[in-house]
Design a protein around this ligand. Structure first.
Ligand code: SAH
Length: 391
């Protein structure tokens, strides 16, 4: 097994539970350094401290899986999955059959995301090391005996950085149908796990959709960056008078139309509009009582942050201008690199420039199935503010 020897004092964060070991913390590696695999980590004094997965091409050279001398195999994954499942069963099983079972570092399985959509799991393998354990992961998921099939949607820039090609397809059991119907808080949604964005649905916004529905009665709503219309369905569920869903993706809007119909809102007042939300928010010639602003991540890496703040400011400025006095703006950033503090500052700047007075009604974040390891604060990515626009 590959042995990673850390520079002096670089073991401290690892011993405190942080799972990432950057190339700069490594003094020496003994063994095959060209290929991904399991690695044992030693401090400067040659004491064993942790075991993880080695990625030869990533700046994050090792992601720690365990601080115990346990074998990384199917049983290891089954123990992790069982522990993660008990959290979801406690808090979520009665309200939804769609949830994130494994949230990477947040569930102490860096490199892996597993979403459950009813009878199907959808997996994302993000690191070269985790990619090697696909069979063990699939066997452990099958052993949970919860689903009929396991599907893979391993894509995105993290895989590029690891030197991995995108991979998608059936990993075990039945192939999922073209659209899976899930039920979340008594509302129904169609999930396209093959062609949809990410694994097909934005599970991380569940609680925030629930909050929106409590504020929606008799309101006119703009759901910008609507994807498959989940916020729109919740808005009607909460009694909204009218909902406009706006997205740049035609397949997303087609799914939104189906989701509205599935919940009995096909004839409800509103529109589905396709276009660039930046332009729409700037130019729309009407106002709304409630606006949802949930753009895709504008900062994919740390160096993007300053450019991204410009984008977030633009969106929030124009959204604020289009909220009726006394109305609400639910504004989000899903960029891990933009801190909550910075996000709030950007929104403050937008409020000043929009010449609106604004108060925070509620801070919004990730739901229980997207836990954040206290030892890995980088796992906190979704942040939101529910803002009352006073005048
Ligand atoms: N709020 C959604 C998730 C939004 S994901 C939910 O709860 O399900 C971000 C969405 O922004 C995607 O659907 C993507 O198609 C859309 N998008 C990306 N760039 C856009 C743009 N410039 N204008 C409008 N929509 C855009």
């Amino acid at each position: 097994m590959l042995q990673i020897h850390l520079k002096k004092d670089r073991e401290v964060p690892v011993l405190r539970g942080h799972p990432w070991i950057f190339s700069g913390a490594i003094e020496r590696a003994d063994g095959d350094q060209d290929n991904a695999g399991v690695a044992d980590v030693y401090d400067h004094g040659k004491n064993w401290i942790a075991r993880g997965l080695y990625s030869p091409k990533s700046q994050i050279r090792v992601r720690v899986l365990t601080w115990e001398k346990e074998t990384i195999d199917q049983n290891f994954f089954l123990r992790r999955f069982t522990r993660a499942l008990s959290l979801r069963e406690k808090y979520l099983a009665r309200s939804t059959n769609a949830y994130r079972l494994i949230n990477a570092e947040g569930d102490f399985v860096p490199g892996l995301i597993v979403d459950r959509y009813g009878d199907f799991f959808v997996c994302q393998f993000f690191t070269a090391g985790m990619d090697l354990f696909k069979e063990d992961v699939v066997s452990a998921l099958s052993a949970l005996a919860l689903t009929k099939g396991i599907f893979e949607r391993s894509e995105g820039r993290v895989r590029d950085e690891e030197g991995l090609k995108p991979a998608a397809g059936v990993l075990a059991g039945d192939a999922p149908p073209d659209l899976i119907t899930v039920e979340e808080n008594r509302l129904k949604f169609l999930v396209d796990v093959r062609r949809g964005q990410k694994t097909g649905f934005f599970l991380d916004q569940r609680d925030n959709r629930g909050f929106l529905s409590t504020m929606a009665r008799d309101q006119t709503v703009l759901n910008s960056f609507s994807y498959s219309g989940a916020f729109s369905v919740y808005a009607f569920g909460g009694g909204a008078r009218e909902v406009v869903s706006f997205d740049s993706s035609l397949p997303a809007l087609e799914l939104a139309e189906k989701n509205l119909a599935l919940n009995g809102f096909a004839e409800s007042p509103g529109e589905l509009l396709k276009g660039d939300a930046f332009a729409y928010l700037k130019e729309a010639d009407r106002k709304f009582d409630l606006i949802v602003l949930d753009p895709p991540s504008l900062a994919h890496k740390r160096s993007d942050v300053s450019a991204a703040t410009g984008g977030y400011k633009f969106l929030n400025l124009h959204a604020l201008k289009h909220v009726n006095p006394g109305g609400l703006l639910l504004t989000f950033s899903c960029s891990q690199h933009l801190s909550i503090d910075l996000f709030q500052k950007v929104v403050f700047g937008a409020a000043v420039d929009a010449t609106r007075k604004v108060s925070i009604v509620k801070r919004l974040g990730q739901p229980a199935d997207h836990p954040i390891s206290l030892h890995h604060p980088e796992g906190e990515y979704l942040k939101g503010l529910a803002l009352r626009v006073l005048d």
